[in-house]
Design a protein around this ligand. Structure first.
Ligand SMILES: Nc1nc2c(ncn2[C@@H]2O[C@H](COP(=O)(O)OP(=O)(O)O)[C@@H](O)[C@H]2O)c(=O)[nH]1
Ligand SMILES: [Mg+2]
Length: 658
């Protein structure tokens, strides 16, 4: 396998579990199984520098160990006439590769035990873990296995059956040795055929230990009997070459190594043939279907993750929406007197000098407004803009306490609950987005044939109620919040109430900007400013504390409404002021009050919404939101990377390039 693709597989192997974990999709066992296959079947075998592995196998006393020694060039394996002499697998590894990282472990993976260095040949005659020797052969890209006789023992219960299976599984090709006495033994070839069907077809060399008198024709015929016994009609596809080794007493006596001769003269020498085999290519073919399965598995896990990602996004959006509603609820009342007086003071401070003088002489307020002031029971000298700020009204403080307690209770409940229930209008982009995600999840689940757990949003017209399941990702954060004492949560928020009441430096700066803006707008400044000034004075007296933020409901004719746009994306939010508009207020004046009030209320609300949101996040929702955002971010990156890796590997798996 190409190094770049191999690397893609390795990365995929690491990414998939991380992705599943970042979304807690809860299929840990499946993931582990997937990972084991990648590790055991693919990563070790498909490494670009993995040597070719050839297993010598065949019936008892065919000459396997003799061939092994001949190939390796040393008398490592015991040979002899006693059937079943060898009980273990012996690996011969090129000495040049002895230091290769993980090679010993990777070679022995199917055995699920480590390779041990052979100490003495006696070890081979007792069952146990596989052993290895280091050879000095120039074929340093070839590992050869000597295997025990698989045909010793009663039929159907061969002693070394499992060992042989593992040896075959550890190999890329077979070297099958047979003699005249066992070439037509169906049990032997059936056994190999059965093994290969289970672990994947391996190609093979046939080596016939034969009397010198046998003709080429006889050797070929007997060899084809063996080949068909193992591979059936597909023998040609899997046969790598046929070689004969003639009986030789000097070989039997250990004085000479076996000599292999191609049955077809034009075929290469055995070692040349071995060397010319593209082991990496064979392995890719051999493991191609496993690779495809693994990619399919990764694709399935990725698409499950994408659904889970959308569900987490949906949960996050629902929680944010629930929070913005709670925050608004906490600020249902507006400290009118305090904010307006502060604004009046800012306004007065920036008055031109002659206006200041006029104001002191009481000449500023004109007739219609004097009437209005009279109706409100307001004496003109009662309010001195230069004086100190009034302390926050008791009435507002009580209302704020109540509003906060209600909002905190609701927020906490939503945050610890296994479902969030939140209503919104589809004209609000946030609600629109949630409806879209739900549609997407439903479509994805339909594809996967699983039940959508997300309840369809209900409602008429544009109104929707969303019921969204809490996501596994945030379970532990929810658990922590549940473990907290709610009273202490409420207390710590109420303890910071002053921050909500206070007119901060930043807000003051914004109010100053607003005053500048008003003045800039007043072309005929003198005339209008008189009216305007009067209005500033009259408002605190008539309205004291209360205004109500109302969502959606029509604002009646009585009172002045102020439209507040763009709060957490919630449209149609109005502040309603109980100003007695009946009292001779011209519609032009009324319009001016509205225009003036809107940005002042908006300024206050912007600051306070932020303050309350911060309080809620510090005390209730922060860790959950943070956890959801972090995991979404991680998962997003992992999904992108995983899809890229799968694309790289799919191309490879199709065999477009090896
Ligand atoms: N005459 C003769 N005997 C051989 C030759 N090769 C192997 N043998 C003998 O065949 C017997 C079994 O060989 P061995 O390699 O142990 O077979 P294994 O059981 O398949 O590993 C041993 O006694 C060997 O000496 C050969 O080329 N000529
Ligand atoms: Mg042997």
């Amino acid at each position: 396998m190409q190094p770049a693709r191999y690397d893609a597989l390795r990365q995929l192997r690491d990414h998939i579990p991380r992705l599943a974990d970042s979304l807690k999709i809860g299929i840990d066992q499946e993931i582990r199984f997937w990972q084991d296959i990648v590790d055991a079947k693919l990563l070790s075998r498909l490494a670009p520098d993995f040597p070719m592995v050839a297993a010598i196998c065949g019936g008892g006393s065919s000459g396997k160990s003799t061939l092994f020694n001949s190939l390796v060039g040393e008398h490592f394996a015991p040979t002899g006439g006693t059937a079943g002499l060898n009980r273990r697998v012996l690996f011969s590894i090129p000495a040049a590769r002895a230091e290769q990282t993980n090679l010993l472990a990777d070679l022995a993976l199917p055995f699920k035990s480590e390779l041990q260095l052979l100490q003495n040949t006696e070890q081979l005659t007792v069952p146990g873990e596989p052993l290895y020797v280091l050879n000095q052969s120039p074929l340093n890209n070839l590992v050869v296995l000597d295997t025990p006789d698989f045909d010793t023992g009663a039929r159907g219960a061969y002693t070394n059956r499992e060992t042989t299976r593992m040896a075959l599984e550890a190999s890329d090709i077979l070297i099958y040795v047979f003699t005249n006495s066992n070439y037509n033994n169906r049990d032997n070839t059936d056994f190999i055929a059965q093994m290969l069907t289970g672990i994947g077809m391996r190609k093979c060399f046939l080596v016939y230990r034969v009397y010198p008198s046998f003709t080429r024709q006889e050797v070929l015929e007997h060899s084809m009997t063996v080949a068909r016994g193992i591979y059936g009609d597909r023998a040609d596809e899997f046969l790598l070459g046929v070689y004969r080794t003639d009986e030789d007493n000097q070989v039997a006596a250990g004085q000479l190594f076996m000599k292999l001769v191609p049955v077809d003269k034009q075929d290469p020498e055995f070692l040349t043939a071995l060397q010319s085999i593209d082991g990496a290519g064979l392995r890719l073919e051999l493991y191609g279907s496993i690779l495809s399965d693994v990619i399919r598995g990764a694709a399935k896990i990725t698409s499950q993750s994408k659904v889970s990602f959308d569900e987490l996004q949906l949960y996050l959006d629902a929680l944010k929406m629930a929070q913005s509603h709670s925050v608004q609820e906490a600020l249902k009342h507006f400290p009118m007197d305090r904010v307006m007086r502060r604004f009046a003071r800012i306004w007065a401070a920036t008055d031109p000098p002659h206006v200041k003088i006029m104001r002191r002489t009481g000449n500023v307020i004109e007739f219609p407004l004097k009437m209005l002031l009279g109706a409100a029971g307001w004496a003109k000298d009662q309010f001195l803009p230069e004086g100190p700020d009034p302390s926050p009204s008791k009435e507002f403080a009580i209302k704020l306490d109540e509003d906060l307690a209600t909002a905190v209770t609701k927020m906490n409940y939503q945050a610890v609950s296994s479902q969030i229930s939140v209503s919104g209008s589809l004209s609000d982009p946030a609600a629109g987005k949630m409806a879209e995600i739900i549609e997407k999840i439903r479509a994805e689940k339909r594809l996967e044939n699983t039940q959508p757990p997300t309840v369809e949003p209900s409602g008429q017209g544009l109104a929707r109620t969303f019921i969204v399941d809490a996501h596994n990702v945030v379970s532990s954060e929810q658990e922590k919040l549940r473990a907290r004492d709610f009273k202490s949560v409420l207390q710590s928020i109420l303890a910071e109430k002053e921050n909500i009441v206070a007119i901060t430096h930043d807000m003051e700066k914004d109010l100053e900007k607003l005053a500048d803006h008003f003045r800039a707008k007043m072309g005929l400044w003198r005339k209008i400013s008189q009216t305007f000034w009067a209005l500033l004075n009259v408002l605190p007296a008539t309205v004291a504390v209360t205004y109500v933020l109302s969502t959606g409901d029509p604002v009646g004719a009585v009172g002045i409404k102020v439209k507040l746009a763009g709060l957490f994306g919630a449209k149609d939010l109005y502040a309603l002021f109980a100003i007695p508009v009946t009292t001779g207020l011209k519609s032009a004046d009324r319009k001016q009050i509205e225009e003036m009030l809107t940005p002042i209320v908006q300024t206050w609300l912007n600051h306070k919404l932020n303050t309350v949101q911060r309080l809620f996040e510090e005390n209730i929702t922060g860790d959950i939101l943070q956890c959801a955002r972090k995991n979404l971010e991680d998962a997003d990156a992992l999904i992108g990377a995983t899809e890229e890796l799968m694309a790289t590997l799919t191309y490879q798996a199709k065999g477009a390039e090896i």
